[in-house]
Design a protein around this ligand. Structure first.
Ligand SMILES: *Cc1c(COP(=O)(O)O)cnc(C)c1O
Length: 414
């Protein structure tokens, strides 16, 4: 049988795990909590994990499973788990790897909630996070010790838009026998192949590009089966029995089901559908981003434009190597003052003032006064979130309409 190669073809033609009783062409929404068994023996086998059936929708569900299969198909992963949000994917992954007395290496340049999760939530459980500059190999090496259980990186940091050289980072991390965990939300799987760059565990907020226009909240843990879990103190006993499946075994049979952050079948349906148009939408949004970065740079009132895909960005070369022609669909730019940022935002007609990214709609926000409002000025500075910066996440609108809106909003400034 023909084996499709293209990203979108593979998504659309991912087979169901079982033939549908009514030959539905799209995986139906199974919105039920429990599943029926023919016998006590069958039920026993299912609970032992020896029968590939569903028992209870917090543990697994056919609609959710189909979404997971599609992600598996396009990433080439060994195992995929869908969760209720991107933060659930981050927190489940950390609870899988860390225990009290261990530490994690991460940059300070992190999605806001992830930063607080590392800096405060897990610290309360005796897990330390060592924040360091992940673009500096020596600093990373110096911070790793025998209690380090993961290095966590975002492929493009938000809102700093920093890009780490993943090949060189993964080399260092693997030499120390530590798994590399990456949040790849801003570089979806059609433009970025995590496995190729040495990422062992990938976490994604499927709320963003995958959901198909901000339709629902969801997250993914993508396990490439690349890390030798016998090198992990916590997972070594399971690695003896399950080899590369050790991580997935503990995740699915313990951490994921006990934390209970499962994806609802409705959201799985929406996100499965979103995945079918991911490539079309993302390429359009990323092209809009490239064009608007140039456009904004040509405007005198705009003081600086940050976008890893433009000439002059210190991350241009590395982002091209890692993400090809589509280095994200988000940019930041500066005005002279915070007041000017607010006035500009208020002048916009088409572009929405909202906090999501990678919606079909173009969205703007002022990070310092919103996502980072709980931090004091000094912390914000250390996170490189300045008072004069705006973040723009590009949608799939027609570029001339976006340019018109930006132009009229700038022209109205004093
Ligand atoms: C949005 C986002 C998250 C969190 O995802 P939710 O689905 O909102 O929980 C994590 N990381 C990045 C980079 C994000 O953009």
């Amino acid at each position: 049988m023909l084996k499709p190669e293209g990203f979108t073809t593979r998504v659309i033609h991912t087979p169901f795990s079982k033939e549908d009783a009514n030959h539905a062409l799209h995986q139906p929404i199974y919105s039920n909590a429990a599943f029926d068994f023919e016998s006590a023996e069958q039920m026993e086998l299912a609970f032992q994990g020896r029968l590939p059936v569903h028992a209870y929708s917090r543990i697994s569900n056919p609609t959710v499973e189909n979404f997971e299969l599609r992600i598996k198909q396009i990433t080439g992963a060994l195992n995929v788990t869908a969760l209720s949000s991107g933060m659930a994917a981050v927190s489940n992954t950390i609870f899988m790897l860390a225990s009290s007395g261990t530490n994690i290496i991460a940059s300070k340049h992190l999605f806001g909630n992830t930063y607080v999760f590392f800096d405060s939530t897990i610290r309360d459980f005796g897990i330390e996070t060592r924040f360091c500059d992940l673009t500096n190999n020596e600093e990373v090496k110096a911070n790793i010790d025998e209690n380090t259980v993961a290095v966590f990186v975002e492929t493009i940091t938000n809102p700093q838009l920093e890009v780490v050289d993943l090949e060189s980072l993964s080399k260092i991390v693997h030499e120390k026998n530590i798994p590399l965990v990456a949040d790849t939300t801003l570089t979806p799987p059609n433009v970025f192949n995590a496995k190729e760059f040495g990422i062992d565990i990938e976490v994604i907020s499927s709320t963003k590009c995958i959901s198909g226009g901000g339709t629902s909240i969801g997250g993914l843990i993508v396990d490439y089966g690349t890390f030798n879990w016998s090198k992990s103190k916590k997972l070594a006993p399971l690695a003896k029995r399950f080899g590369p499946f050790a991580f997935n075994y503990k995740l699915r049979r313990e951490v994921f089901r006990n934390l209970g952050a499962c994806l609802s079948p409705f959201a799985a349906y929406l996100q499965s559908l979103g995945l079918e148009t991911l490539q079309l939408r993302f390429e359009k949004a990323a092209n809009n981003c490239r064009e608007l970065a140039l456009f904004l740079e040509s405007i005198a009132k705009v003081k600086a434009v940050n976008y890893p895909g433009k000439d002059g960005s210190e991350f241009h070369k590395i982002s091209e190597r890692q993400f090809g022609a589509f280095p994200g669909a988000m940019l930041t730019f500066d005005f002279s003052t915070r007041e000017e940022c607010f006035a500009f935002m208020n002048n916009l007609d088409l572009i929405r003032r909202a906090t999501n990214v990678y919606d079909n709609k173009t969205l703007i926000l002022h990070p310092a006064s919103t996502i980072y409002c709980d931090f004091d000025q000094k912390t914000r500075e250390s996170l490189h979130v300045s008072d004069t910066m705006l973040r723009l996440s590009l949608g799939i609108e027609d570029i001339e309409d976006l340019k018109s809106d930006l132009t009229q909003a700038i022209n109205k400034l004093q």
